[in-house]
Design a protein around this ligand. Structure first.
Ligand code: N01
Length: 502
């Protein structure tokens, strides 16, 4: 797709992960065609393109971890692996025909709002600038690999691999492997590593709550049913949705049901780990739900394999030949696997964003990000976020939340174009009132109950999670309420709209 250099795009979507692809499909469904999706990588898929470590899979059932507007009757299992999810994203692109709108290897480095024209000026590395009347920032929170702040990390002479940038050429056979981290990625990697490596040492700082994940193959008959009776698939999705909603009662808030979740975790530990000392080392000391629940049946058995050892002494430093723990033991390693999560931007922005009157979003978010209903920010007209501040689910599918954001922002962008608005900007008073309520509600959640997690800033501010049911989140984004916004008409008209051409 090309546009003339002077005519702005109607919409620029930044990122071609799940959110960006979903936004592109829904924009096109709405009849908006003068848009482009800018993706810095050389393929679509975002986090599912990047996280290809052995065992990478989703811990939310696929029928729910997918878009309701793109149902897939062919999921092979209840929970899918990363390859199948990536295949689903690719097939959405192919079936919807949005491929020509996607510009791969286009790295957006910053953007600035021009109030006089009501357009965003978007800088793209090596390609100059593009203007767009509206922007969808769909760059995702889990993109940059996070490395721990451990002394000597750069001195290690062996091989290093991060879970989010797997090295498929490295041969683990016979190697001594150290894994740092025991979060959602680590518990999927470790069962695979013990099969391949000579030995595996798992360095745990905090044990998490591990719950069973019963994964079943979807039979041919069920697939036929889903293929020919779409209502059956909708029904299955709804059942998963409300099942997960009920889990919120024990996971989002600290209630008697939280004890039930913990009982299930303890039962899993008792059933799978015989040694009382190991059990003790693996018993969490925080409320279930405070950190992400770890859904796996394979992790505890893997830790008890002959060639695997759990290390719970704190890491003192990384040395050229391995890892030294606080009690003075040296653990030699040929390879260190960093399953240490992501550099999550909670106090800044992924790229410099300059809004109306020269304000800089990273400055405003210095002490923690905030937005109106997670999708719009006052002072930054015509800009919409996916997976923005306080939109994270602890108990339900991120895709449900994303779909609500997308439907909302497509409505809002439709308004800008249909009414020929120069600016659609959320009112600051509405945004402040919304965030005061969000932060008040977060105080009562398990996430703010005293554990360390990537949900919180260093100061303990929660800019990440939505303190409620997915149903409530969805309802608040059902309609764009014009009372929440300031509308400024396009006057004088900006450069005439030009039909984009392929
Ligand atoms: O990262 P994490 P992740 N010394 O930040 C440890 C999504 N996801 O990649 O708990 C020693 O959760 C750290 O220890 P502690 C999902 O949203 C989804 O596993 O902080 N250890 C922790 O154990 C998830 O929440 C799926 O004490 C250090 C680990 O590293 C998000 O990705 C699958 C350390 C980091 O855990 C991130 O998960 C996988 C240090 N200095 C991931 N620094 C699905 O199935 C950090 N650690 C959808």
């Amino acid at each position: 797709m090309t546009t003339t250099s002077t005519a702005p795009l109607d919409v620029a979507v930044i990122g071609a992960g799940f959110a960006g692809i979903g936004a592109a499909i829904r924009l096109r469904d709405r009849g908006i065609t003068n848009f482009a999706v800018f993706e810095r990588g050389d393929a679509v898929g975002g986090t599912w393109r990047d996280n290809t470590y052995p065992g990478a899979a989703c811990d939310i059932p696929s029928r729910l971890y997918s878009y309701s507007f793109a149902p897939n009757p062919d999921w092979s299992h209840t929970y899918s692996g990363s390859g199948e999810i990536l295949g689903y994203i690719d097939s959405m692109v192919a079936k919807s025909g949005i491929g020509p709108y996607i510009r791969l290897r286009h790295y957006v480095t910053g953007m600035e709002f021009d109030e006089s024209t009501g357009t965003w000026e978007i800088a793209i590395e090596g390609s100059g600038e593009v203007r767009a009347r509206a922007v969808v920032l769909a760059s995702g929170p889990l993109t940059e690999p996070g490395y721990p702040d451990i002394p000597g990390i750069d001195s290690f002479a062996g091989h290093t691999i991060h879970s989010a940038r797997w090295d498929h050429d490295y041969d683990f056979a016979g190697k001594r492997v150290a894994v740092i981290g025991t979060g959602a990625s680590a518990v999927q990697i470790i069962p695979e590593l013990v099969e391949r490596a000579g030995s595996v040492k798992v360095f745990q700082r905090t044990p998490g709550w591990v719950l069973p994940r019963v994964n079943r193959r979807t039979g041919a008959l069920a697939k036929e049913l889903y293929r020919h009776v779409p209502g059956a698939q909708t029904l299955a999705r709804q059942a998963w949705f409300y099942g997960h909603e009920s889990v919120a009662l024990g996971v989002v808030w600290n209630t008697p049901l939280t004890r039930v979740v913990e009982l299930v975790g303890r039962a899993q530990l008792r059933r799978q780990v015989a040694d009382p000392w190991l059990r003790r080392q693996l018993t969490p000391d925080f409320r279930a739900g405070c950190k992400r629940l770890l859904m796996t049946d394979d992790y505890y058995p893997a830790l008890q394999r002959e060639n695997c050892k759990l290390i719970t002494w704190p890491i003192a430093r990384i040395a050229p030949d391995g890892i030294r723990t606080a009690e003075g033991i040296e653990h030699r390693a040929d390879c260190i696997v960093f399953a240490t999560g992501f550099e999550v931007s909670k106090t800044g922005t992924p790229i410099p964003i300059t809004g109306r009157d020269g304000r800089v979003l990273a400055d405003e978010w210095r002490r923690g990000a905030f937005a109106y209903r997670s999708v719009a920010v006052s002072g930054y007209p015509n800009l919409f976020l996916t997976f923005g501040p306080n939109s994270g689910p602890g108990h339900n599918s991120a895709l449900v939340y994303m779909e609500s954001q997308i439907d909302y922002l497509v409505q809002a962008i439709g308004l800008i174009l249909d009414r020929d608005l120069r600016m659609l900007e959320v009112r600051r008073d509405r945004q402040e009132r919304y965030n005061a309520a969000i932060q008040r509600k977060l105080g009562a959640t398990t996430w703010n109950s005293g554990c360390r997690s990537w949900y919180l800033t260093e100061d303990g501010f929660n800019a990440t999670m939505y303190p409620g049911f997915a149903t409530q989140y969805r309802n608040q984004l059902r309609e764009v309420d014009l009372d929440d916004y300031t509308l400024v008409a396009a006057e004088p008209r900006i450069a005439p709209r030009v039909a984009s051409v392929s």
